[in-house]
Design a protein around this ligand. Sequence first.
Ligand SMILES: Nc1ncnc2c1ncn2[C@@H]1O[C@H](COP(=O)(O)OP(=O)(O)OP(=O)(O)O)[C@@H](O)[C@H]1O
Length: 335
Amino acid sequence: MIEIKDLNKLYSSAIGDVLAVKNVNLNIKEDDIYGIMGLSGAGKSTLIRLLNRLEEPSSGEILVEGNNILKFNDTELKEYRKKTGMIFQHFNLLQSRDVFGNIAFALEIAGWDKNDIPSRVKELLTLVELEDKERAFPSQLSGGQKQRVAIARALANNPKILLSDEATSALDPKTTKSILDLLKDLQKKLGLTIVLITHQMEVIRSVCNRAAIMDKGEVIEEGSVDRIFSNPRTEMAKEFISHLIPEETEEVDFVKSPGKKIIKLSYIGHTVEKPVISQMVRMFDIDANIVSGSIDKLVTQNVGHLILELSGERQEEALNWIKKEDVEIKVIYNG
Ligand SMILES: Nc1ncnc2c1ncn2[C@@H]1O[C@H](COP(=O)(O)OP(=O)(O)OP(=O)(O)O)[C@@H](O)[C@H]1O
């Protein structure tokens, strides 16, 4: 759906140059809820603004359904923007218009026939479960309700893509969850491609199927959320995840005994069902004690973590065998 190729954005100013987006290559598929995550200043906002051409890149290509959006003329760009909805952290609603008026606005500027607007607004209000707030003004709404109005407005012209710029950053955890659930639901119902930027790993965990982590303009880690959570490759990804999953090694007391190993296994989805541990115990004559275990529920699958204490002569062989079974192993203690 969206192909980003060798994308760069350089800001030049009197105080110096900043390469806000550096050599970014991403492939976002039609059914993706794609998360872009990074610390402040990583380049997330710049990247999302390049996607709807609120900014122009210094070099590179952005293909949407195979069309290079950077080559669009004014008419094509207008049409593209209609098909690309956007929501923001601070909702950006018109304070002088009520909920109906805010949603209708998107239809008015897209040239809808006046007579068709009321029924479309009603449809959109049903979609975001806000039927009873049609005549309320933004100042009379909660943060979550305001974001629902903004989502309805963003979806008014049946977009294929929804861009979300920190849409839940100003909301409390419960409201965040309800907005993320709504986005998940809308993605399925409408077949949307959602690209969201966030600095919250929780957001990635609860709605995204794929994600990229940015640092200083570059994508430093990219892949399925299951893979990133079960086997993060960069220190930054590990750091983000460690804030979510308690580091069991620090929390768990285990007795350091000679000849014993303490290992942490991380396994995704289908491997959970395989009786890997009982097989290992039988095949290599190993004793395995469970020290602790946890499961992270991700969007598509679960990632399990298990800490085991092993004893027996053939521990090395057993570990080599487990590695072949798609289970990640970290040796915490080697006695
Ligand atoms: N208009 C601009 N002119 C000059 N530099 C800019 C401009 N916009 C952004 N930058 C710089 O580009 C870099 C990336 O900024 P960007 O806003 O994309 O990061 P971000 O990851 O979205 O951060 P945040 O989460 O704080 O919004 C920063 O160093 C920023 O100072």
